[in-house]
Design a protein around this ligand. Structure first.
Ligand SMILES: NC(=O)c1ccc[n+]([C@@H]2O[C@H](COP(=O)([O-])OP(=O)(O)OC[C@H]3O[C@@H](n4cnc5c(N)ncnc54)[C@H](O)[C@@H]3O)[C@@H](O)[C@H]2O)c1
Length: 254
Protein backbone atom coordinates (compact mmCIF):
# COMPACT_ATOMS: atom_id res chain seq x y z
CA UNK A 1 0.00 0.00 0.00
CA UNK A 2 2.97 2.32 -0.28
CA UNK A 3 2.43 5.22 -2.68
CA UNK A 4 -1.24 5.56 -1.69
CA UNK A 5 -2.95 8.76 -2.87
CA UNK A 6 -5.07 10.20 -0.03
CA UNK A 7 -5.87 8.86 3.42
CA UNK A 8 -6.23 5.10 3.67
CA UNK A 9 -9.66 3.75 4.57
CA UNK A 10 -10.72 0.74 6.65
CA UNK A 11 -14.18 -0.85 6.82
CA UNK A 12 -14.88 -2.70 10.09
CA UNK A 13 -17.96 -4.91 10.38
CA UNK A 14 -19.39 -5.21 13.88
CA UNK A 15 -17.46 -2.05 14.63
CA UNK A 16 -19.90 -0.54 17.12
CA UNK A 17 -18.58 -2.26 20.24
CA UNK A 18 -16.20 -4.88 21.60
CA UNK A 19 -13.32 -6.12 19.44
CA UNK A 20 -14.63 -4.30 16.35
CA UNK A 21 -14.71 -0.96 18.17
CA UNK A 22 -11.14 -1.51 19.38
CA UNK A 23 -10.03 -2.34 15.80
CA UNK A 24 -11.73 0.78 14.43
CA UNK A 25 -10.17 3.06 17.06
CA UNK A 26 -6.71 1.49 16.69
CA UNK A 27 -6.82 1.87 12.89
CA UNK A 28 -8.06 5.47 13.30
CA UNK A 29 -5.10 6.17 15.63
CA UNK A 30 -2.87 4.68 12.90
CA UNK A 31 -4.21 7.38 10.55
CA UNK A 32 -6.95 5.58 8.62
CA UNK A 33 -10.47 6.89 7.98
CA UNK A 34 -13.14 4.41 9.03
CA UNK A 35 -16.43 2.93 7.82
CA UNK A 36 -18.41 1.16 10.55
CA UNK A 37 -21.04 -1.48 9.75
CA UNK A 38 -23.27 -2.73 12.54
CA UNK A 39 -26.82 -3.29 13.76
CA UNK A 40 -26.48 -1.29 17.00
CA UNK A 41 -27.25 2.36 16.17
CA UNK A 42 -26.49 4.08 19.53
CA UNK A 43 -23.22 2.16 20.04
CA UNK A 44 -22.19 2.88 16.43
CA UNK A 45 -22.91 6.61 16.94
CA UNK A 46 -20.79 6.62 20.12
CA UNK A 47 -17.87 4.87 18.41
CA UNK A 48 -18.19 7.27 15.45
CA UNK A 49 -17.80 10.22 17.84
CA UNK A 50 -14.66 8.62 19.32
CA UNK A 51 -13.19 8.22 15.83
CA UNK A 52 -13.99 11.84 14.94
CA UNK A 53 -12.35 12.96 18.19
CA UNK A 54 -9.16 11.32 16.88
CA UNK A 55 -9.34 13.63 13.86
CA UNK A 56 -10.39 10.96 11.38
CA UNK A 57 -13.38 10.83 9.05
CA UNK A 58 -16.02 8.19 9.71
CA UNK A 59 -19.17 6.90 8.02
CA UNK A 60 -21.55 4.46 9.67
CA UNK A 61 -23.94 2.02 8.01
CA UNK A 62 -26.74 0.14 9.70
CA UNK A 63 -26.55 -3.22 7.91
CA UNK A 64 -26.79 -6.93 8.59
CA UNK A 65 -23.59 -8.56 7.29
CA UNK A 66 -25.54 -11.63 6.17
CA UNK A 67 -27.31 -9.52 3.48
CA UNK A 68 -25.32 -10.04 0.27
CA UNK A 69 -26.84 -7.25 -1.82
CA UNK A 70 -26.59 -4.76 1.05
CA UNK A 71 -22.88 -5.53 1.45
CA UNK A 72 -22.16 -4.27 -2.07
CA UNK A 73 -24.25 -1.12 -1.49
CA UNK A 74 -22.46 -0.40 1.80
CA UNK A 75 -18.95 -1.04 0.45
CA UNK A 76 -19.56 1.10 -2.65
CA UNK A 77 -21.03 3.89 -0.51
CA UNK A 78 -18.02 3.78 1.84
CA UNK A 79 -15.62 4.05 -1.10
CA UNK A 80 -17.64 6.92 -2.58
CA UNK A 81 -17.81 8.81 0.74
CA UNK A 82 -14.21 8.27 1.86
CA UNK A 83 -12.51 7.99 -1.53
CA UNK A 84 -10.79 4.62 -1.17
CA UNK A 85 -10.96 1.20 0.48
CA UNK A 86 -7.69 -0.28 1.69
CA UNK A 87 -8.56 -2.50 4.65
CA UNK A 88 -11.50 -4.79 5.44
CA UNK A 89 -11.91 -6.19 8.95
CA UNK A 90 -14.55 -8.95 9.00
CA UNK A 91 -15.35 -8.85 12.69
CA UNK A 92 -19.15 -9.09 13.02
CA UNK A 93 -20.09 -12.35 14.68
CA UNK A 94 -22.67 -13.96 16.87
CA UNK A 95 -22.45 -16.84 19.36
CA UNK A 96 -24.60 -19.96 19.12
CA UNK A 97 -25.02 -21.91 22.35
CA UNK A 98 -27.28 -24.69 21.06
CA UNK A 99 -25.81 -28.17 20.62
CA UNK A 100 -26.41 -30.65 17.80
CA UNK A 101 -29.33 -32.31 19.59
CA UNK A 102 -31.30 -29.10 20.18
CA UNK A 103 -30.47 -26.67 17.34
CA UNK A 104 -32.99 -26.15 14.55
CA UNK A 105 -32.26 -25.49 10.88
CA UNK A 106 -33.02 -21.76 11.14
CA UNK A 107 -30.54 -21.21 14.00
CA UNK A 108 -27.86 -23.22 12.20
CA UNK A 109 -28.40 -21.28 8.95
CA UNK A 110 -28.34 -17.94 10.79
CA UNK A 111 -25.08 -18.81 12.58
CA UNK A 112 -23.39 -19.65 9.28
CA UNK A 113 -24.95 -16.62 7.56
CA UNK A 114 -23.63 -14.09 10.08
CA UNK A 115 -20.26 -15.62 10.97
CA UNK A 116 -19.17 -17.09 7.62
CA UNK A 117 -21.33 -15.76 4.78
CA UNK A 118 -20.88 -12.24 6.17
CA UNK A 119 -17.15 -12.56 5.42
CA UNK A 120 -17.89 -13.76 1.87
CA UNK A 121 -20.32 -10.89 1.31
CA UNK A 122 -17.88 -8.15 2.32
CA UNK A 123 -14.81 -9.74 0.70
CA UNK A 124 -16.65 -10.13 -2.63
CA UNK A 125 -17.79 -6.51 -2.50
CA UNK A 126 -14.41 -5.10 -1.41
CA UNK A 127 -11.96 -7.16 -3.49
CA UNK A 128 -12.64 -5.54 -6.91
CA UNK A 129 -12.16 -2.08 -5.39
CA UNK A 130 -8.91 -3.09 -3.71
CA UNK A 131 -7.58 -4.75 -6.87
CA UNK A 132 -8.42 -1.66 -8.96
CA UNK A 133 -6.53 0.46 -6.41
CA UNK A 134 -3.45 -1.79 -6.61
CA UNK A 135 -3.89 -3.79 -3.40
CA UNK A 136 -5.48 -4.17 -0.02
CA UNK A 137 -5.56 -6.05 3.25
CA UNK A 138 -8.28 -8.24 4.73
CA UNK A 139 -8.37 -9.54 8.30
CA UNK A 140 -11.19 -11.84 9.42
CA UNK A 141 -11.93 -12.56 13.06
CA UNK A 142 -12.36 -16.31 13.55
CA UNK A 143 -12.12 -17.90 17.00
CA UNK A 144 -10.07 -20.28 19.12
CA UNK A 145 -13.22 -22.42 18.82
CA UNK A 146 -12.24 -23.14 15.21
CA UNK A 147 -9.25 -25.05 16.58
CA UNK A 148 -10.51 -26.30 19.93
CA UNK A 149 -14.21 -26.97 19.27
CA UNK A 150 -15.10 -24.65 22.16
CA UNK A 151 -15.66 -24.90 25.87
CA UNK A 152 -18.18 -27.39 27.24
CA UNK A 153 -21.36 -25.48 28.25
CA UNK A 154 -19.90 -22.26 26.90
CA UNK A 155 -21.78 -19.65 24.88
CA UNK A 156 -20.84 -21.19 21.55
CA UNK A 157 -20.86 -24.74 20.31
CA UNK A 158 -20.47 -26.68 17.08
CA UNK A 159 -22.39 -24.39 14.68
CA UNK A 160 -20.27 -21.38 15.67
CA UNK A 161 -17.09 -23.50 15.58
CA UNK A 162 -18.09 -24.71 12.09
CA UNK A 163 -18.57 -21.16 10.82
CA UNK A 164 -15.33 -19.94 12.40
CA UNK A 165 -13.38 -22.92 10.98
CA UNK A 166 -14.91 -22.04 7.59
CA UNK A 167 -13.27 -18.63 7.85
CA UNK A 168 -9.87 -20.36 8.05
CA UNK A 169 -10.47 -22.35 4.86
CA UNK A 170 -11.81 -19.25 3.13
CA UNK A 171 -8.71 -17.32 4.21
CA UNK A 172 -6.26 -19.89 2.83
CA UNK A 173 -8.10 -20.30 -0.48
CA UNK A 174 -8.59 -16.57 -1.03
CA UNK A 175 -4.96 -15.80 -0.20
CA UNK A 176 -4.11 -17.78 -3.34
CA UNK A 177 -6.99 -16.41 -5.40
CA UNK A 178 -6.51 -12.74 -4.44
CA UNK A 179 -2.71 -12.69 -4.18
CA UNK A 180 -0.50 -10.91 -4.93
CA UNK A 181 -2.89 -7.94 -4.84
CA UNK A 182 -4.65 -8.59 -1.55
CA UNK A 183 -3.18 -10.01 1.64
CA UNK A 184 -5.77 -11.89 3.71
CA UNK A 185 -5.31 -13.35 7.18
CA UNK A 186 -7.44 -14.50 10.11
CA UNK A 187 -7.17 -14.08 13.86
CA UNK A 188 -8.46 -16.63 16.37
CA UNK A 189 -9.13 -14.87 19.69
CA UNK A 190 -9.35 -16.85 22.90
CA UNK A 191 -11.48 -15.55 25.75
CA UNK A 192 -11.75 -11.77 25.35
CA UNK A 193 -13.59 -9.49 27.79
CA UNK A 194 -16.39 -7.92 25.70
CA UNK A 195 -20.08 -7.23 26.12
CA UNK A 196 -21.10 -10.46 24.41
CA UNK A 197 -19.45 -12.82 26.86
CA UNK A 198 -18.68 -10.51 29.78
CA UNK A 199 -22.02 -11.30 31.31
CA UNK A 200 -21.82 -15.02 30.81
CA UNK A 201 -18.54 -16.92 30.60
CA UNK A 202 -16.24 -14.35 32.14
CA UNK A 203 -18.52 -13.51 35.07
CA UNK A 204 -19.06 -17.17 35.86
CA UNK A 205 -15.72 -18.72 35.02
CA UNK A 206 -13.30 -15.97 33.94
CA UNK A 207 -11.18 -15.88 37.11
CA UNK A 208 -10.97 -19.64 37.31
CA UNK A 209 -10.03 -20.01 33.62
CA UNK A 210 -7.46 -17.22 33.89
CA UNK A 211 -5.84 -18.71 37.02
CA UNK A 212 -5.82 -22.32 35.90
CA UNK A 213 -6.07 -22.32 32.15
CA UNK A 214 -4.30 -19.33 30.58
CA UNK A 215 -0.50 -19.11 30.62
CA UNK A 216 -0.62 -15.30 30.77
CA UNK A 217 -3.08 -15.55 33.72
CA UNK A 218 -5.71 -13.14 32.42
CA UNK A 219 -8.53 -13.08 29.91
CA UNK A 220 -7.87 -10.93 26.85
CA UNK A 221 -9.04 -7.40 26.15
CA UNK A 222 -10.17 -6.07 22.75
CA UNK A 223 -6.91 -4.16 22.27
CA UNK A 224 -5.02 -7.49 22.36
CA UNK A 225 -6.78 -8.34 19.08
CA UNK A 226 -6.82 -4.82 17.62
CA UNK A 227 -3.05 -4.50 17.83
CA UNK A 228 -2.53 -7.59 15.63
CA UNK A 229 -5.24 -6.36 13.25
CA UNK A 230 -3.34 -3.08 12.94
CA UNK A 231 -0.10 -4.93 12.16
CA UNK A 232 -1.67 -7.22 9.54
CA UNK A 233 -3.62 -4.33 8.00
CA UNK A 234 -0.90 -1.69 7.81
CA UNK A 235 2.64 -3.06 8.21
CA UNK A 236 4.99 -2.42 5.31
CA UNK A 237 6.52 -4.53 3.97
CA UNK A 238 4.37 -7.58 4.71
CA UNK A 239 5.09 -11.15 3.53
CA UNK A 240 2.22 -12.74 5.48
CA UNK A 241 -0.96 -14.03 3.84
CA UNK A 242 -3.28 -17.03 4.15
CA UNK A 243 -2.46 -17.49 7.84
CA UNK A 244 -4.38 -17.59 11.08
CA UNK A 245 -3.04 -16.37 14.40
CA UNK A 246 -4.25 -17.58 17.77
CA UNK A 247 -4.33 -14.70 20.28
CA UNK A 248 -5.33 -16.26 23.59
CA UNK A 249 -2.53 -15.79 26.15
CA UNK A 250 -1.99 -19.55 25.56
CA UNK A 251 -5.35 -20.77 26.80
CA UNK A 252 -4.87 -24.47 27.55
CA UNK A 253 -8.20 -25.00 29.37
CA UNK A 254 -10.35 -24.87 26.26
N1 LIG B 1 -15.14 -12.05 22.88
C1 LIG B 1 -14.57 -13.23 22.69
O1 LIG B 1 -14.18 -13.92 23.65
C2 LIG B 1 -14.35 -13.76 21.29
C3 LIG B 1 -13.58 -14.92 21.15
C4 LIG B 1 -13.37 -15.42 19.87
C5 LIG B 1 -13.91 -14.79 18.77
N2 LIG B 1 -14.68 -13.66 18.94
C6 LIG B 1 -15.23 -13.05 17.75
O2 LIG B 1 -14.85 -11.70 17.73
C7 LIG B 1 -15.83 -10.93 17.02
C8 LIG B 1 -16.28 -9.76 17.87
O3 LIG B 1 -16.83 -10.28 19.07
P1 LIG B 1 -17.09 -9.41 20.37
O4 LIG B 1 -16.69 -10.25 21.52
O5 LIG B 1 -16.50 -8.03 20.21
O6 LIG B 1 -18.70 -9.38 20.34
P2 LIG B 1 -19.73 -8.17 20.52
O7 LIG B 1 -21.08 -8.79 20.54
O8 LIG B 1 -19.34 -7.33 21.68
O9 LIG B 1 -19.54 -7.35 19.18
C9 LIG B 1 -19.98 -7.88 17.96
C10 LIG B 1 -20.51 -6.75 17.12
O10 LIG B 1 -20.96 -7.31 15.88
C11 LIG B 1 -22.24 -6.80 15.61
N3 LIG B 1 -23.01 -7.75 14.83
C12 LIG B 1 -23.46 -8.96 15.22
N4 LIG B 1 -24.16 -9.53 14.24
C13 LIG B 1 -24.17 -8.66 13.21
C14 LIG B 1 -24.76 -8.67 11.92
N5 LIG B 1 -25.49 -9.72 11.51
N6 LIG B 1 -24.55 -7.62 11.10
C15 LIG B 1 -23.82 -6.56 11.52
N7 LIG B 1 -23.26 -6.48 12.73
C16 LIG B 1 -23.44 -7.52 13.57
C17 LIG B 1 -22.87 -6.59 16.98
O11 LIG B 1 -23.98 -5.67 16.91
C18 LIG B 1 -21.70 -6.06 17.78
O12 LIG B 1 -21.57 -4.67 17.70
C19 LIG B 1 -16.96 -11.91 16.70
O13 LIG B 1 -16.81 -12.39 15.38
C20 LIG B 1 -16.74 -13.03 17.68
O14 LIG B 1 -17.27 -14.24 17.22
C21 LIG B 1 -14.92 -13.13 20.18
Amino acid sequence: MSGVQGTRVALVTGGARGIGRACALTLARAGLDICLVDLLEPEMAATSREIEALGRRVVAHHADVSDHARAKTVVDAARDALGRLDVLVNNAGKPQPKGILEIGEADFDRTIAVNLKGCFNYIQAAAPIMIAQGGGRIVSISSLNAHSGGVTAAVSRFAYASAKAGILGMTRALAKELGPHILINAICPGLIQTEVNGNIVIRERGDQIARNGIALARVGVPDDIAELVRFLATSEPCFITGQDFVVDGFQFQV
